[in-house]
Ligand binder design. Structure first.
Ligand SMILES: *Cc1c(COP(=O)(O)O)cnc(C)c1O
Length: 461
């Protein structure tokens, strides 16, 4: 039994490290009485310090249950608002595979009713493999984005002939021509003339047709889906609602010449609260706003409510993985106050490339020694010989326990499940982290940490 004051103290530390908070997606995180990081899965729990002592670092830990819960809750929330608000269209969720193609991510999503959105022939090939093994229900719907190479088109045709619902999204005039003999439904992508708040608020977007070009096309054979993907990690709800309303105006106009058009695919973009700081929108409120605004806009335009598709990837995948490193060494930072470098046994440049590519902010917590007030301001350094291989939390600092107070110190980087794996690289030939799966109270090794021979082989040795 913990005493009252001990539990109060622990609550203080939990709050300090921003754990146990639903809005931050840390409700399944806790601190053990010994100051070790705990992750819960229902009534199972994992002591992360024990896990890394057993399996070593650098290590990624995937929690498939998080994916299942997020997909299930999302679909249920959409369906609930559709019912409550009297929206007449149906909702289909498509998991964007490019966000994380690992089996341990895709299968839990599919198990909870996700359809798929693929971005290449190679991603579609994985779908084909699952269909051939009778592992996927052939009612699963697959949206095909990305340039339709001959190999990609062949696969699309092959899977359609097998009875699968594959919907290629037409991106340009060449694809429009190529699709003129396609027997199934097709979608078309618009590059909406609108800006939203996110890292990718780019002035020039090369994907899809402009609004004017689309309206000039007239009738498009077998058109059933209008698609757009405005951006990723959209900062405000408004950045999702504004494009939705604009797309519905276009949808209404396109439908005049294309009566078979019955679905609007609003792409990805739902964000996650990486920084655990400022107020971030909840999925519940976002979904409420989507259905409410879609309904009002359609009623205003006098158009039948379309079926709605979302392709949210980051939203589902990011919180389902953490990455663990050991602190190898401490060094002085010679131009900044009291900051110290903590060198990790892995690499931001290799394993978490968005740190470097888009200045991604991560939430970093210790894995052990969490209940200490003796903290040190640090910058994190990767193990590669590159001075860009670092994480300074936007030029500020991260607070972590002092090395002199613990035998060894491990850190966890939260929300690493989206995009980092397929972007990963091998600068200085460092090994990629091991991948562990935590499910049903057990830890399984999905991928071992790369051995020197394996890394060498990739480079022809
Ligand atoms: C990348 C991408 C997605 C996923 O975006 P998220 O922001 O991760 O939800 C969805 N659809 C398309 C077409 C994409 O390119």
């Amino acid at each position: 039994m913990t005493t009252k004051s001990a539990s109060k103290k622990r609550n203080g530390f939990r709050k300090f490290w921003r754990l146990g908070v639903e809005e931050y997606n840390t409700h399944n995180f806790d601190i053990s009485p010994d100051g070790e990081l705990i992750v819960r899965e229902g009534n199972y729990q994992y002591n992360i310090f024990d896990v890394v002592k057993k399996y070593g670092t650098s290590t990624e830990i995937v929690f498939p249950t998080v994916i299942e819960n997020r997909v299930r809750d999302m679909i249920e929330t959409f369906n609930a608002y559709i019912k409550v608000l009297g929206y007449k269209g149906k909702f289909h969720y498509h998991y964007a595979m490019k966000v994380n193609q690992n089996k341990e991510f895709v299968l839990p999503a599919v198990a909870e009713g996700a359809n798929l959105d693929v971005a290449s022939a190679n991603e579609l090939y994985l779908v084909k493999k699952m269909i051939e093994q009778d592992k996927f229900n052939n009612k699963i719907r697959v949206i095909c984005n990305g340039p339709k190479t001959p190999r990609y088109m062949e696969l699309i045709e092959e899977l359609r002939a097998k009875g699968l619902i594959v919907i290629p999204i037409i991106e340009d005039l060449v694809e429009l021509e190529r699709m003129s003999k396609f027997k199934g439904e097709v979608g078309i992508r618009v590059n909406l003339n609108i800006k939203v708040e996110s890292h990718w608020d780019k002035r020039y977007n090369r994907y899809g047709f402009t609004e004017a070009e689309l309206l000039d096309l007239g009738k498009i054979r077998n058109l059933s889906v209008l698609h757009y993907h405005i951006s990723s990690q959209i900062e405000k709800i408004d950045g999702i609602i504004k494009p939705l309303k604009r797309a519905l105006e276009l949808y209404a106009k396109l439908k005049e010449k294309n009566p078979g058009l019955d679905t609007l695919d609003i792409g990805g973009g739902a964000g996650v609260p990486y920084e655990k700081k400022k107020h971030f929108y909840s999925a519940k409120n976002l979904i409420h706003q989507i259905i409410k605004n879609a309904k009002n806009q359609c009623d205003k335009l006098g158009v039948k409510h379309p079926n709605l598709i979302t392709e949210w990837g980051r939203y589902v995948a990011a919180p389902a993985q953490i990455t663990i490193y050991k602190i190898l060494a401490e060094k002085t930072v010679d131009n900044k106050g009291n900051n110290r470098w903590y060198v990790i046994d892995g690499s931001f440049m290799n394993d978490l490339i968005d740190t470097w590519a888009i200045h991604q902010k991560w939430h970093v917590v210790p894995v052990n020694n969490m209940n200490t007030r003796k903290l040190q301001k640090v910058w994190l350094a990767g193990s590669s010989c590159d001075s860009d291989d670092k994480y300074t939390s936007g030029g500020g600092y991260i607070l972590l326990p002092r090395l002199e107070d613990c035998e060894e110190l491990f850190i966890a980087i939260l929300d690493t499940g989206a995009y980092q794996d397929s972007l990963a690289s091998h600068h200085c030939l460092l090994s990629s982290p091991a991948k562990l799966i935590a499910q049903n109270g057990e830890i399984k090794i999905a991928r071992k940490r790369e051995a020197p021979e394996e890394v060498g082989k990739m480079f022809g040795w």
